[in-house]
Write a protein that binds this ligand. Structure first.
Ligand code: MSP
Length: 633
């Protein structure tokens, strides 16, 4: 990474609804990215906030019987509180009702007006109050808003317009010259797609007679500023205080993270506004997909929201981990609590939690709680870990450059896999039994301690609390810095403390700790697989040509079977229930595309299907005669 200043924003969230998992997703990603860049040694500034003007909020406030400001105060506080509870590290929280913001919006409007970039005119079109924007005929789906699936309203009125159309060619060229300006690529293409249609001027005001809840135009007090024109400017107004050293020089480095629902305002309106105002453009726009529930976007209007704070209370940092680990950046992902529990158990309880507990316990038990000095020359296994650590650093860095959190975490988990295998192979508990292997034991324990130190730094971005616990257990008190994630940095003699239950496994049968609903339990007990997974299994009819017992085995029979034109050997665990001879000539069903496995010295090429019930085993047979090799579906 070359650029050492990093200013990242999330969208400012509308205060018409309380924070849900979708908002938390964006904010958590931004937090992970900022923590990562801080650990990389960059100057980082992380901004989030709330978008408080506009029709939608005025309408919700009216419904609740309060004035818009009181309504906005309450929900804005709920966002702030949620981010605090999720442990987010934002440097600022901006509200569009704050004077510092309103002042800048008015200044920019005046500047554009004076420069002839804004004119007075009339426009009629289909408007979505949910999105606070007009939709073109092409964008409308079955007469409805494509995002909210609600009816649109035809609005015709006199308003002020920003001459956006004149920037169409400039913006196309900018996108063509700067391939990374909007990423992932598909969203850059989507914006280029919008720009193939004629770009209209943008109506940037609303008559006060219709809407009072907004920033008055500086040049006509009968109008207020259109909410998008007001909202986008927050990114700039938050960092323009001239006497504030914390924010000085940040603007040129700004990058935005948004969901795909607000691509057009960020990919089209915003760069043209900045260009017209003579301000530097943002450096990059990062666009993520939706969380869906059973394939539907999560949103208040669809009534399927998941609240982040209860999730965090129930699952701790595993909630954050799941949001970062599951989706491919830019694509949609379906949320399910059962999938979260599965990840909790497999990745966090097993791969990470067990490792941390095993290693710290072994250093405490076998080395008196102090990192031993490695005595031997490091062998191939130790060098492999070191090489691996370099690869993880490189790959995580590449992934983070693209906001590919899922890839970054897969890399870290590959590394954990290698460390777990290292424990199994080097067997420190066996080394501890013999005094002659003491030297080897010290080397192994040192290497394992070093692996934890490394992971404790690397996980800071993704699991900050857990990473902190790991670093503390392994005696690391310094701020996590990626430059310290260099192999061999652990000092012999460092005190180590045991941590045994970072992520206690969630057992479905005895889930008193975490209250799982009956539906989540049911899903966990019989996980559903997609049809594609099932289609990978090739089931075929096979005719038994010969059968014999596998020597020295009570359970196994060796069957020679014919599958189509081919003859192969399959070992089946049915010897306690079936004599070999009567099987000859029978037709059974086998899994034909299993990788070969050797059982008691016999190579088996497939598996015979049989049902079992309390000690009874029943071979699957056919209701009608079909030739061997026939497919079973
Ligand atoms: N106020 C505007 C943004 C103005 S930015 C200058 C707005 N607010 S919003 O409250 O509707 O938040 C939209 C953002 O919340 C999305 O862009 C995305 O970051 C996040 N998400 C809301 N629902 C989401 C999902 N179901 N899934 C993923 N992210 C979601 O638009």
């Amino acid at each position: 990474m070359t650029d050492r200043t990093f200013y990242l924003t999330t969208p400012i969230y509308y205060v018409n609804a309380r924070p849900h998992l979708g908002h938390a997703y964006t904010s958590i990603m931004a937090d992970a990215m900022c923590r990562y860049r801080r650990a990389a040694g960059d100057r980082v500034y992380f901004l989030t906030g709330t978008d408080e003007h506009g029709d939608r909020i005025a309408q919700e406030a009216a419904k609740a019987g309060v004035n818009p400001k009181a309504y906005a105060d309450e929900i804005s506080a709920a966002f702030r509180e949620t981010w605090l509870q999720l442990g987010l590290s934002n440097d600022d929280f901006i509200r569009t009702t704050e004077p510092r913001h309103q002042k800048i919006v008015r200044e920019i409007l005046q500047k554009l007006y004076d420069a002839g970039e804004i004119y007075f005119g009339e426009y009629g079109g289909w408007y979505c109050y949910g999105c606070e924007r007009f939709y073109t005929e092409k964008e409308i789906v079955e007469g409805k808003c494509p995002d909210h699936q609600t009816a649109l309203t035809f609005i015709k009125e006199k308003n002020y317009f920003f001459k956006m159309s004149k920037y169409q060619d400039w913006l196309i060229k900018h996108l063509e010259d700067h391939p990374g300006f909007i990423q992932p690529e598909r969203y850059r293409n989507e914006v280029l797609g919008f720009l193939r249609e004629p770009l209209h001027d943008l109506s940037i005001s609303r008559p006060k007679s219709r809407l009072e809840w907004g920033i008055p135009l500086p040049f006509d007090d009968q109008y207020v500023t259109y909410v998008w024109f007001d909202a986008l400017i927050n990114y700039y107004s938050a960092v323009t205080e001239p006497d504030e050293p914390k924010t000085r020089g940040l603007w040129e480095h700004v990058q935005h993270l948004i969901g795909k629902d607000i691509l057009k305002p960020h990919g089209v309106y915003w760069p043209t506004m900045l260009k017209a105002a003579g301000l530097p453009l943002y450096k990059r726009l990062h666009v993520h997909g939706y969380w869906t529930i059973d394939g539907q976007k999560m949103s208040k209007s669809l009534g399927n929201v998941v609240e982040p704070v209860p999730m965090q209370e129930k699952y701790g940092e595993a909630f954050r981990y799941f949001l970062l680990r599951e989706p491919v950046f830019g694509l949609d992902s379906d949320f399910s609590e059962a999938a979260l529990v599965r990840r909790f158990n497999a990745d966090l309880a097993n791969d990470l939690g067990n490792l941390v507990s095993r290693v710290t316990t072994m250093i405490v038990t076998f080395a008196g709680g102090q990192v031993p000095k490695p005595n031997e020359e490091f062998g191939d296994e130790e060098r492999a870990l070191e090489t691996r650590s370099l690869r993880v650093l490189r790959e995580v860095d590449k992934a983070m450059e693209e906001f590919a959190f899922q890839r970054a975490l897969s890399e870290v988990w590959l590394f954990l896999g290698v460390v777990n295998r290292y424990v199994d192979l080097s067997q420190p508990w066996a080394l501890a039994k013999r005094s002659e292997s003491r030297r080897r034991l010290d080397t192994v324990l040192y290497t394992l301690g070093e692996s934890l130190r490394f992971v404790g730094i690397l996980l800071e971005a993704f699991l900050p609390d857990t990473a902190h616990k790991i670093r503390t257990a392994i005696g690391q008190t310094a701020e996590p810095r990626l430059t310290d994630a260099r192999w061999g940095g652990l000092k012999p003699g460092t005190s180590v403390q045991k941590i045994s239950a970072l992520f206690p496994r969630i057992e479905v049968s005895v889930s008193d700790e975490v209250k799982l609903s009956e539906s989540v339990k049911a899903e966990l007990s019989s996980p559903k697989i997609p049809i594609d997974d099932f289609m990978k299994v090739e089931l075929r009819v096979a005719e038994v040509l010969a059968a014999e017992r596998v020597p020295k085995s009570k359970k196994l029979l060796k069957l020679t079977v014919k599958v189509g034109d081919e003859t192969r050997t399959v070992v089946a665990g049915i010897a306690e229930q079936y004599e070999p001879e009567p099987l000859v000539g029978r037709k059974v069903v086998i899994v034909a595309n299993l990788q070969p496995a050797t059982l008691m010295g016999v190579e088996s090429n497939g598996m015979v299907l049989a049902a079992s019930h309390v000690g009874t085993v029943a071979l699957l047979t056919l209701g009608k005669d079909v030739p061997p090799g026939s497919k079973v579906t």
